[in-house]
Design a protein around this ligand. Structure first.
Ligand code: PGA
Length: 255
């Protein structure tokens, strides 16, 4: 059975004070996580601090992005996969729709980052998902297939997915309060798993596919109850400890 993962994407939010209060509340409220893994992805400047606060807690740490070039060098403003590892990250979010739309990340860039993350031993949380007009014009599967195929065509390829996670995040549902229905999400999740199964059924069977887009305590259990939904990538609700903890509990009981 796939172990559920609930990952909080804090985006560009926080301060030293807000971050320590949030982590403190999370750690005091987190219960039995035997069947659910919990991760938080703070902004880069707070990674070291959060790593120290989380030490020994079992809550995993992730970056929100990284440089498409591995190693070190003259890349002003970038953060490498190795630095994320050095700071204690297990995960890194790649290809989030905000990176794709606001910062021009292409499928190929995301695929290169996937290779670099795999080589560095980071577990990528690769985000895929369609825009509203793509859904309305019936192109959801086409778009998701194109995004997935770039990953499958990378050097790490399908084998790299043995140590990675996919997050299906319909762009129209991110931060809008509009959630995909459990049926809509399940349909795309099943499609993603099938497409990967065509390359390697075993890896597809073990792959965790998270749903993201306006997940909250009130809709989490229903989403996580779907057979191909293995947890969530949580934005806004991850900034509120009680809400995030309730989502983690929903992943625990919803399966
Ligand atoms: P949201 O964001 O939960 O605020 O919709 C999800 C995400 O961007 O990963």
């Amino acid at each position: 059975m796939r172990r559920a993962l609930v990952a909080g994407n804090w985006k560009m939010n926080g301060s030293r004070t807000a971050v320590s209060v949030l982590v403190d509340r999370l750690l005091s409220g987190i219960g039995d996580r035997e069947t659910t893994e919990v991760a938080v992805c703070p902004p880069f400047p707070y990674l070291g601090m959060v790593a120290e606060l989380l030490a020994g807690s079992g809550v995993a740490l992730g970056g929100q992005n990284m440089c498409e070039v591995g190693g070190a060098g003259a890349y002003t403003g970038e953060v490498s996969a190795e630095m994320l590892r050095d700071l204690g990250c297990q995960y890194v979010i790649l290809g989030h729709s905000e990176r794709r739309t606001l910062y021009g990340e292409t499928d190929q860039m995301v695929a290169r980052k996937f290779d670099v993350a795999s080589t560095a031993g980071l577990e990528a949380i690769v985000c895929v998902g369609e825009l509203l007009d793509e859904r309305q014009s019936g192109r959801t599967e086409q778009v998701v297939a194109r995004q997935l195929d770039a990953i499958l065509g990378s050097q790490a390829g399908v084998d790299g997915l043995a140590n990675a996670v996919i997050a299906y995040e319909p762009v129209w549902a991110i931060g809008t309060g509009m959630t995909a229905t459990p049926e809509q999400a399940q349909q795309v999740h099943a499609f993603i798993r099938q497409r990967i199964a065509a390359h390697n059924p075993q890896i597809a069977g073990g792959l965790r596919i998270l749903y993201g887009g306006s997940v909250k305590a009130a809709n989490a259990a229903e989403l996580f109850g779907q057979p191909d939904i293995d947890g969530g990538l949580i934005g806004g609700a991850a900034l509120q400890a009680e809400e995030f903890l309730a989502i983690c509990r929903a992943a625990h009981t919803g399966r």
